[in-house]
Design a protein around this ligand. Structure first.
Ligand SMILES: C[S@@+](CC[C@H](N)C(=O)[O-])C[C@H]1O[C@@H](n2cnc3c(N)ncnc32)[C@H](O)[C@@H]1O
Length: 234
């Protein structure tokens, strides 16, 4: 049984318990990440000279697909959402919640799609559940399924943020987690052949006022945010 199958019905509950001390809901963190993701994708699309058709978006390790509805509803471009995860019961749950998106099970680090199938591959809080010995293969799969010129986005916990470490140490879902630093991830992304690798730190203030999001935009290079995103071009 995949590790996350046991959390089919309690995944959100476990996260809610672990982040309760921050005073914010899981939705709050989802919104920050998805807004950041959408803004970055929009900027990249605007940089491309050819008009983008519907964006084919793969969410690797999508879990319950909790970001998918918000992502679809807030995208200002057409987007088709695909999710994969090795935990079968988790994928069943995602399908029930979001019948208009496409979900499949993946076997370990091998993804059930042809080369160049997507414009974007994204993974949030997945790599720390992949064995370190398989990190490079995981990145190679992310690269393989994205077309040349497409994008990869990886959101991860920042091991240098003490609040994040507290959360990971107290979350049942993270019992076997091995956190990866932004520097380590960026180095591996580059050696996988990904181009223009960039890192931004996010979530410095767990407060639900827009002004804090504005401050955070000025802090993206300070390696103390609770999480970070490393993104690159294929
Ligand atoms: C903490 S959950 C994150 C779920 C979702 N991305 C989110 O942010 O809500 C980690 C997920 O990664 C999945 N996972 C673990 N190893 C994986 C792998 N090798 N490939 C893809 N997904 C994996 C787990 O089954 C689990 O659903």
């Amino acid at each position: 049984m995949e590790e996350f199958d046991q959390f089919k019905d309690t995944y959100s509950e476990k996260i809610t318990e672990a982040i309760a001390f921050s005073g914010q809901s899981h939705d709050f963190y989802i919104r920050i990440k998805v807004n950041h993701l959408l803004n970055t994708i929009k900027r990249k699309l605007a940089d491309q000279s050819s008009k983008q058709k519907t964006v084919r978006f793969l969410d690797v390790g999508c879990g319950h697909g909790l970001i998918h509805r918000y992502l679809k509803d807030h995208a200002t471009f057409d987007i088709d959402i695909y999710g994969i995860d090795p935990a079968a019961t988790v994928i069943d749950f995602a399908k029930e919640q979001n019948p208009d998106f496409t979900y499949k099970i993946n076997e370990g680090t091998s993804f059930p799609y042809e080369d160049n199938s997507f414009d974007i591959a994204h993974a949030t809080c997945v790599m720390h559940h992949v064995e370190p010995a398989a990190w490079d293969d995981f990145l190679k799969e992310m690269k393989r399924v994205v077309r040349p010129g497409g994008q990869i986005f990886i959101y991860e916990h920042n091991p240098y943020n003490p609040v994040t470490r507290h959360l990971v140490n107290n979350c049942e879902l993270d019992e076997n987690a091995v956190l990866i630093s932004a520097r380590n991830l960026a180095r591996r992304m580059k050696s996988t052949g990904l181009l223009r690798v960039k890192t931004e730190y996010i979530i410095f203030f767990p407060f639900n006022l827009q002004i804090f999001r504005v401050f955070e935009k000025a802090l993206t290079r300070i390696p103390l945010g609770a999480q970070y995103v490393s993104y690159a071009v294929v």
